[in-house]
Design a protein around this ligand. Structure first.
Ligand SMILES: Nc1ncnc2c1ncn2[C@@H]1O[C@H](COP(=O)(O)OP(=O)(O)OP(=O)(O)O)[C@@H](O)[C@H]1O
Length: 278
């Protein structure tokens, strides 16, 4: 009998409204144990909303959101917390807690000492162990971002959904964070990560889901989902993949606007300037 692979998180043809507008119009994605799935798409494509919907934090008007096989919104807060850790895009923190205490909040179902041990280990992993006892309000933005990610790593849940975890981090820290997420997946967890850096998405993810205007426009292995056609139609990029020692690099530029002189119009939306007279 073929082995059944558990699906940790699934969004199937999801439609949802936010602030009166239909923001998701057919978003689908799934995450299985052992894989990193990168969620990519232009600003406003619906990535954060899709992540929130998949976790049961946004009501769907159509489609399904499942966590560990069960409808996400029917689960209690505790059940959701046991099945998924979540790093929201919003990095605001109300209380000036020491970093280790904030990171320990990722494991509210563990006894205090066990949660603090896990929190210290996660802070060490992300290179901010030396800040463990410092208040999070007294840190740089990048340091605070790492502490918040440590909170998600502290959680023992089988799935981690991280919304733009490398935003605002220096290049070394970006690679460190993605390496740590990759290591978690290699150890059996499922990772959903939204990313704007397509090169890093291609290097670290097993699969890429591309969202465009609330719909899944492409899904598959990075080279397939981030094909030149998708890069053009969804991201408005003229782009090619270059093979480098450490993996693919995206060489991209905005398309050159062609001027059709016979028609006197640009092929893009704007008009060509009037030709010089005389
Ligand atoms: N609270 C809200 N009220 C109204 N519209 C909203 C609200 N939150 C999000 N939207 C709209 O929903 C759409 C999707 O937003 P979302 O944050 O999911 O996109 P995103 O792909 O994560 O974008 P980004 O890459 O900029 O973070 C956008 O058009 C946004 O303007």
């Amino acid at each position: 009998m073929a082995a059944v692979t558990a699906v940790l998180l699934e969004l199937a043809n999801a439609h949802a409204r936010v602030g009166g507008a239909e923001v998701l119009k057919g978003a689908s994605l799934s995450v299985r144990p052992g894989e990193v799935v990168a969620l990519c798409g232009p600003n406003g494509a619906g990535k954060s909303t899709a992540v929130r919907a998949a976790l049961g934090l946004v009501r769907l008007t159509q489609g399904a959101a499942r966590l560990g096989g069960d409808e996400a919104r029917r689960l209690s807060e505790r059940q959701r917390g046991e099945r998924a850790a979540y790093l929201p895009q919003d990095r605001s923190i109300a209380w000036n807690l020491p970093a280790v205490e904030l990171a320990a909040l990722g494991a509210p179902f563990l006894a205090g000492a066990a949660a603090l041990d896990r929190a210290r280990a996660a802070l060490d992993e992300l290179g901010v162990g030396h800040l463990a006892d410092r208040g999070v309000a007294e840190m740089s933005g990048g340091e605070r971002a790492r502490v918040l990610l440590a909170r998600s790593l502290t959680a023992p849940a089988p799935l981690l959904a991280a919304d733009e975890p490398i935003a605002g981090l220096d290049p070394d820290a970006q690679l460190l964070v993605l390496e740590r997420l990759r290591a978690r997946a290699d150890a059996g967890r499922g990772i959903l990560v939204s990313l704007h850096d397509l090169t890093l998405a291609a290097r670290f993810a097993d699969r890429v889901v591309v969202l465009d205007q609330g719909r899944t426009a492409a899904e598959g292995a990075p080279a397939e989902a981030l094909s030149p056609r998708i890069l053009k139609t969804v991201f408005n990029l003229d782009a090619v993949w270059l093979e480098a020692l450490d993996g693919p690099i995206l060489a991209a530029r905005r398309p050159v606007v062609r001027v059709d002189r016979a028609a006197g119009l640009r092929s893009a939306a704007c008009r060509a300037p009037d030709p010089p007279t005389g």
